[in-house]
Design a protein around this ligand. Structure first.
Ligand SMILES: [Cu+2]
Length: 355
């Protein structure tokens, strides 16, 4: 019996050098996408990478744009003076190119993986009209505070194909959160791509003792505009459906920010909203080179929960906010990546370019 387990296979490739000699032709055919990508990573480019480029236009989304693409909804004021934010989200089936020439039959919110980064302010009424244009029942299950009927699980807000449902709740607590489909089987619905970040900015009026820190997080303030903010959803893709990921990334496409570094203005501080939605692996992580950051677990505090660290790990659905600066650094390229080195080799590898 041939073992198609990814780690077993990659181990053979790594130790054998000439991988072909050890792998029967029948097995090669079955594992073609990951095997080919892995061989490329150790081949012509002189390091870990893939050859070629993913066609972002054909996918319909670009991970470079996703970094700073906040969906703040349609804003209006209600008679009682509360702010209302209304969103439209649709789920559909969509084939996306994960790595050059490797296609994945995804399920997506609003045409992208991760789905839209829904951003609101603490205390806002959030109303999300969800339409299911896909081929399976889906939900939007938010990690936040809400009533049972709004939980987005089978029996409460699950939407059959062709149907709609409106989720409504108050945006709280402030922090860095997420949403995902909670239909069954859960791991398959998540792994197919139905997830996204949900950011709730603190209302400075509610935090008089930490007003400055709250204002720096609140989108639209001059204090917030001083920061360079990015959303990073760590994820993976099981392209041969063996319950192991062949590719890892931030915002879905391996090596994108490695090949095209994220530009950082040296004088401005950096804030990263980091969310782990990797399926099949118990943890993922982020490690930054040549620098340290403060970390706010779940983003629900205005003082760091971990100070001066260079690596953080998250289980699935765990998330947090990273704050750091390159103000004292020389300009240049600074790596950041998963410190599960196998994840890094399979795509979760990136650069900041400090200018
Ligand atoms: Cu689903």
């Amino acid at each position: 019996m041939v073992d198609l387990n990814r780690r077993h296979l990659l181990g053979k490739i790594a130790t054998a050098g000439a991988a072909s000699a050890l792998i029967p032709a029948s097995v090669k055919a079955q594992v073609e996408p990951p095997r080919r990508a892995h061989a490329r990573m150790h081949g012509e480019s002189g390091g870990n990478n893939v050859i070629g480029k993913v066609d972002h236009a054909r996918n319909g989304f670009d991970p470079r744009a996703i970094l700073t693409d906040w969906d703040t909804g349609t804003v209006s004021m209600m008679p009682d003076g509360r702010r209302l934010r209304e969103y439209e989200v649709a789920a559909v089936d969509l084939e996306i190119e994960i790595a050059p020439g490797v296609f994945f039959p995804a399920w997506v919110y609003n045409g992208r993986v991760p789905g839209p980064t829904i951003r609101a302010t603490e205390g806002d009424l959030v109303r999300i009209r969800f339409a299911n244009g896909g081929s399976h029942p889906h939900t939007m299950h938010f990690h936040g505070i809400h009533g049972a009927r709004m939980d987005g699980v089978p029996g409460a807000g699950q939407v059959d194909p062709g149907e709609t449902f409106t989720y409504e709740f108050t945006a709280k607590p402030f922090g860095c959160h997420l949403y995902h489909c909670h239909s069954l089987p859960l791991k398959r619905h998540i792994h197919k791509g139905l997830y996204g970040a949900f950011i709730v900015d603190p209302d400075p009026e509610l935090h008089p003792d930490q007003r400055d820190a709250a204002r720096s997080r609140l989108l639209g303030t001059p204090e917030n505009a001083a920061w360079q903010e990015f959303v990073m959803v760590m994820n993976g893709f099981d392209t041969n459906f063996d319950d192991e990921n062949e590719f890892y990334a931030v915002n879905s496409i391996p090596f994108v920010y490695f090949d095209e570094p994220i530009r950082i203005e040296r004088a401005r501080p950096v804030r990263v909203y980091l969310v782990n939605l990797t399926e099949f692996d118990p943890v993922n992580s982020l490690h930054i080179h040549a620098n340290f950051f403060d970390y706010y677990d779940h983003g629900t505090t205005l003082t760091p929960t971990l100070k001066t660290i260079d690596t953080v790990m998250q289980c699935q659905a765990q998330r947090g906010i990273l704050e750091f600066t390159f103000a004292e650094h020389e300009p240049g390229l600074y790596m950041f990546h998963a410190h599960q080195t196998e994840f890094a080799e399979l795509g979760w590898m990136a650069h900041f370019e400090v200018v």
